[in-house]
Every structure is written in C-alpha cells, then in structure tokens.
Design a protein around this ligand. Structure first.
Ligand SMILES: [Zn+2]
Length: 176
C-alpha cells in the first residue's frame, strides 16, 4: 500500500517538473486510488487491532480473504488466488499468515480429518456441512443444532464450543 502511494507521489513530482501532466486523467487516477486506499485502510486497522503488524503481504492476503464475504479456504487455495492476483508470496508465508490471523481471532480453523485444513472467515459460532468427494465446506445456515449428553470436561477445564461437521455425499441410486 505504501509502495502505491510512493509511486503516485513521484508521478506527481514528475508532472510538476515537466508541466505536461494531463489534469483530468490524473484526477481520475487519484479517485481510484482513494477507493483502494480506504479498503486497504480498513483492513490495515483490522489487522492492527488484531495485534499484528500490517505488512504489505498481510494486507494483500487479508484483502483476498475478507473482500468476498464468508469463505472457507485452504492455504493452497488462498495461495493460488494470491498468485492469480499478482501477489508474489510463498505457500509457507500464506500458511503462516493464516495461522497468525487465526491466533489473532480473525479466522476460525476447521480441521477436517484426513483432509485439508480450512480457514473460515466467519468466526461466529456455526456448524458445517462437508461434501465428501468435492472437499467442499458449506455453512449450516441458522439451524439450531443441539448436542445432548456432552461429556463433563475434565477437572479445571471448560468447554469453549462444539464444532459439528455433517458429512454429505450424493445419494446412491437404489436398485429395484
Ligand atoms: Zn463457516
């Protein structure tokens, strides 16, 4: 984000020196930058409030994660999106950043046995369908799911929350 601003101000300097900068185009571009900047600013505040330093990579990844509503993403999927969006970042960095965001409370982790780890941008208490074969995670919308007879937690422990994953597969065709 800082880089972008630096580039803009050096452009402006060049314009002043040559005096040839077309004004209309310049204004249009700065309006565009204003929108990008306020979105980045919001993310920067969000990352900063979570106690993390808002580095350029963290902001870029946060932008990909949080700009599209509630999502469930694996590190591999986010890495592919980042490369597609021109964010040069390694899978290891994506993985570390996702775990830092999770520890900071920006993401919720969904560990599915024998499958990938998914990161959920919706940190509220909710449950999931998991579609086997497609490896797809879907929120269970606003349905009150209750679990009875939960075990007593061990001495000195308390239950934080209960994650329910309902596994789905297409119905098998019946014969006869
Ligand atoms: Zn979810």
């Amino acid at each position: 984000m800082l880089k972008r601003c630096d580039a803009a101000s050096s452009d402006a300097d060049t314009g002043k020196r040559t005096g040839k900068r077309p004004r209309k185009a310049a204004r249009k571009r700065s309006d565009l930058m204003e929108t990008e900047r306020s979105q980045d600013d919001e993310l920067e505040i969000r990352v900063r409030e979570a106690g993390l330093r808002p580095t350029r990579q963290r902001i870029a990844l946060a932008e990909l994660l949080f700009a599209k509503g509630d999502r469930h993403l694996s590190a591999e999927e986010l890495h592919e999106e980042a490369l597609g969006a021109g964010v040069a970042v390694s899978l290891a960095t994506v993985y570390n950043t996702l775990h830092q965001f999770t520890e900071a409370g920006l993401l919720r982790i969904l560990a599915l046995e024998g499958s990938r780890t998914y990161f959920d941008t919706n940190t509220s208490d909710h449950h999931h369908f998991f579609i086997e074969g497609e490896n797809r995670v879907v929120d269970i919308e606003a349905a009150p799911v209750s679990v009875h007879n939960l075990p007593e937690p061990p001495e000195g422990m308390e239950i934080v929350n209960v994650d329910i994953i309902v596994r789905l597969r297409p119905k098998k065709a019946r014969h006869g």
